[in-house]
Design a protein around this ligand. Structure first.
Ligand SMILES: [Cu+2]
Length: 190
């Protein structure tokens, strides 16, 4: 949030400093330029599953309402499943949590990515449901919009609790694979 604000300020400053030279004598052009920089367009946050081992990278994302989180999957076979803070490595018991299904790939990126759109600013906890190799217990977990005012509900605490769970629970529902789309950038280097 702060980075985005800073980047817009920087952009505005750059536009403002560029305008006098670029648009000398054309007063109406300045208004058109300013209108394009208004608003706060939604952005897509890319998270890579399996980058640097059993890890989501980045695993702690701050996103605004309307933003999209897009997970890409590296070898060998990862997934992303929504959890709660209090029950790591287990799907939300409401049945409303998201699940990407497993996204295997022998090399490069999996052919599909998984997307969700942020609808509120509540923390979203998630994990990889791969039980072969105990991915969640090994630290393959992440959060979107962690409450940084909370001293207890931290990603480090979630991972510490996850490490003590015996095994992960694979979500029974598949949503049905809502949010799974063809990888728009399969050659992106991660
Ligand atoms: Cu995994």
């Amino acid at each position: 949030m702060f980075a985005k604000t800073a980047s817009i300020v920087t952009l505005l400053a750059a536009v403002a400093s560029a305008m006098p030279a670029a648009n000398a004598g054309t007063a109406t052009t300045g208004g058109k330029l300013a209108s394009r920089t208004n608003g706060d367009p939604a952005i897509t946050h890319t998270v890579v599953a399996g980058l640097g081992g059993l890890h989501f990278d980045p695993d702690n994302v701050v996103a605004e309402i309307g933003d999209v989180i897009e997970w890409h999957f590296l070898p060998a076979n990862h997934s992303v499943a929504q959890s709660s803070f209090g029950a790591p490595c287990k799907p939300l018991n409401t049945g409303n949590g998201f699940f990407s299904g497993f996204q295997p790939t022998p090399s490069g990126q999996a052919p599909d990515v998984f997307q969700i759109t942020i609808e509120d600013t509540n923390p979203i906890w998630y994990y990889c449901a791969q039980t072969k190799g105990d991915h969640c217990q090994a630290g393959m977990a992440g959060v979107i919009n962690q409450n940084f005012n909370s001293a207890t509900n931290t990603l480090a605490a979630y991972k510490a609790a996850a490490a003590l769970t015996g095994t992960s629970e694979i979500p029974a529902w598949v949503n049905p694979l809502e949010g799974v789309i063809a990888n728009p950038n399969p050659l992106g280097g991660f």
